[in-house]
Design a protein around this ligand. Structure first.
Ligand SMILES: [Zn+2]
Ligand SMILES: [Zn+2]
Length: 212
């Protein structure tokens, strides 16, 4: 039988290891990108050039500010009338609830959060991938789509991050070119050239998260 996600790998269960891997990584990235959405809104509010109502700013892809608000919002825990642009939390919460029902687990008692739902989904991902009632192919589609929307909203590419620099507050860290001495840094400030390891980067994200 063929993998239900990529439809070409041969599998004995229903999802191939590669697909389980990319869905897991994509979900982790959704969880990591989500806390950056408020910076995007704050950056727009403070922009010296007023935003076009369509959300188009210069060289960037269009993503109306209203869509960013929807993605940040609580969304709906119900599958009915799922909108074009969905809330990150709403989407994860629906899958969280659905898998809990499938696995016969009690509903979550704490208030749903993106981190909480992601943790649950990541914990069950390997099992859900091989469980027909978990609709893992649809889950994979949903997570990939949300990931792409987040990248569009944040205008991040693998080369650029909207997290402000800890040193100079410049709002664009970049992927530095590989260095001759073999030391690698994950990010570098485009203005003051401060280097960031992965740990520094997440510290910068947290620090600014508290300030917003
Ligand atoms: Zn596959
Ligand atoms: Zn800097």
């Amino acid at each position: 039988m063929k993998c239900i996600v990529c439809t070409h790998a041969d599998v004995t269960a229903q999802t191939c290891d590669r697909c389980v891997g990319w869905v897991r990584r994509t979900l982790i990235r959704v969880e990591q990108l989500y806390p950056l959405l408020p910076y995007e809104l704050a950056g727009r509010a403070g922009a010296s050039v007023p935003m076009d109502p369509s959300g188009i700013r210069g060289d960037t892809e269009p993503m109306p500010g209203g869509d960013v608000l929807v993605m940040l919002g609580p969304g709906s825990a119900s599958w009915h009338d799922t909108p074009d642009v969905d809330s990150v939390l709403g989407l994860l919460e629906r899958w969280d609830t659905g898998w809990r029902i499938t696995f016969g687990e009690p509903a979550a008692t704490d208030l749903a959060t993106v981190t909480g739902c992601s943790l649950y989904l990541l914990r069950r991902l390997g099992k859900a991938a091989q469980e027909p009632a978990c609709c893992f192919d649809e889950f994979a589609d949903d997570i990939r789509l949300m990931h792409d929307r987040l990248e569009l909203a944040l205008r991040v590419s693998p080369q650029r991050s909207p997290v402000p620099c800890i040193t100079c507050n410049h709002r664009a860290l970049e992927r530095p070119a590989p260095r001759d001495d073999g030391r690698t840094f994950e990010w570098q400030c485009g203005r003051c050239h401060r280097n960031y390891t992965d740990a520094d980067y997440w510290m910068a994200m947290r620090q600014n998260g508290q300030a917003v």
